[in-house]
Design a protein around this ligand. Structure first.
Ligand code: HEM
Length: 373
């Protein structure tokens, strides 16, 4: 009896191994799956094979991280990093993620534990401290990243200001918008086509000026400052392939999710993906790298914090000094994330648990933010 079961088990195991080898051999030389798809005549089956079977096989091959376009119920939002991480399965593909997933996914793309902790704190703010939506709000998981003027803000480098792109559901402040991107793209053309720090020194000021000039509800407060000057450093330092460190359009556009059709740039719904044959920067990027980057972009053209009130630009009482140091910028970021946190004890404590171990110790020594504001 035992012998017969063992034999059956061995036989099934062999069949599975043989099948796996067969599938592997068939797909081995057909990496984009076109050969397999061409074996089928009708369009529906071809579509199924391309979308489901090929993704499944590629997924098994690269540890669950094949690109798959989001389905109609999956959340996607304004952040190209989170969209790509979801499309490649580094965070939940349905777009409802957790701060802990943000930390592990950040490490997979070459961000150090300190930057990951800062991003996890943002995830806490976007959600209910345990889970969050990378797009719009969903059930009980808080505001979501798309909610205007919570985290998402004006003067983005690739999406429209909320007030300038109204829709029936609110506004489109998350999709790729070519008018906005043209400002960023043109700045890159002045810098050898690269999306590095010199490009964002120009684009940051221009996108700010466009907000002040063209958006009657433009808001540029502390949290917008943090995103406006920190995210270019993700474009410049994190998105390039670790092999050559170059922020070329070919790399950036895969992350952001746009392509060329008849010479026109077109955004992909749901964002981009991690480029093929891409390696994270080694060693991982930390705030020691990010702080001078933020400072270099801001100090190239310092701007005033402020907001439109009844359509008129009013500068804020609080401003960033033009002699700010890297330490000032890091401590300002630390305080700003706290100030953007909903005044809920559980949420404040969760943010503190991520931020305090990073920012209140060496090399930054920021004054501890007293939770409860
Ligand atoms: C994990 C690594 C991450 C990377 C590589 C990344 C990268 C970026 C980049 C490059 C942008 C600028 C896009 C633009 O100009 O529109 C951006 C925007 C944004 N990100 Fe992320 N991000 C990450 C994580 C997060 C997290 C954890 C959150 C919050 C939960 C977040 C929320 C946002 C939001 C709300 C925006 C839009 C900001 C704006 O309105 O300009 N991101 N991100």
């Amino acid at each position: 009896m035992i012998r017969r079961s063992l034999h059956r088990c061995w036989t099934y195991g062999k069949i599975h191994r043989d099948r796996a080898e067969y599938i592997n051999a068939t797909f081995l030389h057909d990496t984009n799956c076109s050969l397999i798809v061409s074996l089928y005549d009708d369009e529906k089956t071809q579509e199924w094979v391309a979308n489901e079977l090929c993704t499944l096989v590629q997924n098994v091959r690269n540890g669950g991280h094949a690109y798959k376009a989001p389905g109609p119920n999956d959340k996607r939002g304004p952040c190209p990093g989170l969209n790509a991480l979801a499309n490649n399965g580094y965070i939940n593909r349905n777009g409802i993620s957790t701060p802990e997933q943000v930390i592990s996914a950040s490490s997979a793309i070459g961000l150090g534990p300190d930057v990951a902790a800062g991003l996890a704190a943002l995830a806490v703010i976007a959600g209910d401290a345990l889970t969050f939506s990378i797009g719009n709000a969903s059930g009980t998981v808080g505001a979501g990243t798309s909610k205007h003027n919570v985290l998402e803000g004006d003067a983005s480098y690739k999406s429209c200001d909320c007030n300038n792109c109204p829709t029936i559901n609110g506004c489109d402040n998350f999709d790729f918008n070519d008018t906005v991107w043209t400002t960023t793209y043109n700045a890159a053309q002045l810098n050898g086509g690269l999306f590095g720090i010199p490009t964002f020194q120009i684009a940051a000021k221009q996108r700010y000026d466009e907000c002040v000039a063209n958006n009657s509800k433009c808001v540029f407060g502390p949290i917008q400052f943090v995103f406006h000057y920190f995210t270019p450093c993700l474009f410049a330092l994190t998105f390039p392939n670790g092999t050559d460190g170059k922020a070329t359009e070919d790399i950036i556009r895969v992350w952001v999710g746009y392509f060329y059709e008849n010479g026109q740039r077109k955004g992909m719904a749901g964002g981009g993906q991690i480029p093929k044959n891409w390696y994270p920067h080694d060693p991982p990027r930390t705030f020691v790298d990010a702080a001078p980057c933020i400072l270099a972009i801001y100090l190239a053209h310092p701007v005033l914090l402020g907001a439109k009130v009844n359509g008129v630009w009013v500068p804020s009482a609080e401003q960033i000094p033009v002699n700010a140091t890297a330490n000032d910028i890091v401590c300002f970021t630390y305080q700003t994330i706290f100030k953007a946190t909903p005044n809920i004890v559980k949420t404040l404590l969760a943010v503190a648990s991520y931020l305090n171990p990073v920012f209140t110790v060496k090399p930054w020594n920021c004054p501890v933010f007293k939770t409860g504001h």
